[in-house]
Design a protein around this ligand. Structure first.
Ligand code: ZN
Ligand code: CU
Length: 489
């Protein structure tokens, strides 16, 4: 009788620690990796020859806006097609829960859904919905500060009162109780821009006893990015919580080169407190339509527009010309909507990616009609373009930034590493062929070179197509902390 459910034979095992790849068989039993090494012939109920292919831990997309996609598009094709097996949702201050809207929500909350989609009064209701209708990938969940504000406040252009902060704290506590791994903020956006650091510090203090984290889309990613770094570090220090700087970048042509200063500043602060950061491998960002980005962008592409759906995929400058108006006026006419902004310098993007502490996060926007290609391309682009072609770092190091490093940073016990006893989240890919195919013109093309993706031991993607399986789980902080204690890690 076969000892294992599945044996992947003879692949190049990249274990997620950064260690050099080594030829080995990988055996899977149930939802776990049972053994790695030279395993007896025919010891697997199923055997797959993966000679010449890389076998890696499933990738962890640390920065997503997949809160609703997990429910509305449970095959999670944009993610599993690139080898992603776990997503961190609820970033940039925007989470689907807890929120019972019944009215249109301000940007950028509308990036993840309309009023009718915000239907979870308690965070526990959202987690229960994920349990009842699992997606193909695992999900760990952040609570959005802007979502909490929209719950507690009648208007968002001011700081919260003590009573309102208390109301936010209660909802945050409920979410943490339901398994959330932390709090996210989006201080650059209108719903949170008026929140002073003290508001964040007070909320972040609730995270400390839970062992939860704070992730932030900082107040400024332009000329004042260094001040924003200090603000972020302060919140972490005062509340004694780990912080994650989301999609670290420097935007605007006058600020090109500033990552020469931000990265040393981050590294210095890491000596005294826990800090993480993530990045996506593109020189363009994407979010809701913002008039203030017209002046600093080299080019703007519309990703969606409620009044003008036909504008998706077009350049704002062309639309403005067709309509005989300024880009500002065209922007107003397209609202509500979203766009891609070419605002970064390739040298900065490379410097951030090459920084040894940088994790990979797509920041993909799954509901946009003409999305930024990062949604479908991020992980394959890092592996195929930046690692293999541009040699920015070794393949093993690229894999570590999307597996072992984020699993430790976000407390995802038993994931992000290939080792006996770990969960069988596994991505088999061709290191010579893996590449992103999604482009700004054609943004929903699946990556090339991904052969097989297992989530909790079940194939979710095989030979270029989703299998239809939905083996993903809603990961609870408490359970992961318990498992960490049990395994003594
Ligand atoms: Zn963001
Ligand atoms: Cu984001």
């Amino acid at each position: 009788m076969a000892r294992y459910d599945l044996v992947l034979r003879g692949g190049q095992v990249i274990d997620g620690t950064g260690a050099p790849a080594a030829t080995a068989d990988v055996a899977i039993a149930g939802d776990r990796i049972a053994a790695i090494g030279r395993l007896p012939a025919e010891s697997g109920g199923a055997e797959i020859d993966v000679d010449g292919l890389a076998v890696a831990p499933g990738f962890i997309d640390v920065h997503t806006h997949d809160d609703r996609a997990l429910l509305s598009r449970p095959d999670m094709a944009p993610k599993v097609s690139q080898g992603v097996t776990t997503v961190i949702a609820g970033n940039c201050g925007v989470s689907l829960a807890p929120m019972l809207a019944g009215r249109p929500l301000p940007p950028p909350l509308d990036l993840i859904g309309s009023a009718e989609h915000f239907r979870f009064r308690r965070f526990a209701d959202y987690v229960a919905a994920l349990d009842a209708a699992p997606a193909a990938t695992n999900a760990a969940l952040l609570v959005g500060h802007s979502t909490l504000r929209a719950n507690a406040m009648d208007r968002l252009d001011r700081s919260a009162s003590e009573r309102e902060i208390e109301a936010m704290r209660e909802r945050l506590a409920e979410a943490l109780e339901a398994g959330a791994i932390g709090l996210s903020s989006g201080l650059w956006y209108a719903p949170a821009a008026a929140a002073p650091p003290a508001e964040l510090e007070t909320l972040a203090k609730t995270l400390h006893p839970a062992g939860a984290i704070y992730a932030t889309h900082m107040r400024d990613e332009g000329a004042h990015v260094l001040d924003s770094l200090d603000e972020t570090f302060d919140v972490g220090r005062v509340a004694e919580v780990p912080v994650v700087i989301s999609h670290h970048k420097v935007a605007g042509k006058h600020n090109f080169g500033l990552t020469r200063r931000t990265l040393p500043r981050i590294e210095a602060a890491m000596a005294t407190q826990e800090i993480g950061l993530d990045a996506y491998p593109y020189i363009a960002s994407s979010t809701v339509l913002r008039e203030d980005y017209i002046a600093v962008s080299l080019k703007i592409l519309v990703t969606w527009s409620k009044p003008h759906p036909e504008a998706a995929g077009r350049e704002l400058a062309d639309l403005a010309r067709d309509w005989g108006m300024s880009q500002e006026a065209a922007c107003a006419r397209l609202q509500p909507g979203g766009a891609i902004y070419f605002t970064m310098d390739e040298a900065d993007v490379r410097r951030v990616l090459a920084f040894e502490h940088t994790m990979i996060g797509s920041d993909g926007l799954p509901h946009d009609s003409h999305p930024h290609p990062r949604l479908w391309g991020t992980f394959a682009r890092v592996l195929g373009y930046y690692s293999r072609e541009e040699k920015l770092f070794a393949l093993e190091e690229a894999v570590r930034r999307m597996t072992g490093l984020p699993a430790r940073r976000f407390g995802l016990t038993g994931r992000g590493l290939l080792a006996p006893g770990a969960y069988a989240d596994v991505t088999v890919f061709d290191p010579a062929r893996i590449i992103d195919r999604a482009t700004f013109a054609d943004p929903t093309m699946p990556a090339a070179g991904i052969h097989l993706v297992l989530v909790n031991g079940q194939p979710a993607w095989r030979d270029g197509a989703a299998t239809g399986a939905r083996p993903g789980r809603a990961l609870r902080r408490q359970q992961m902390q318990q498992e960490a204690r049990r395994s003594g890690s």
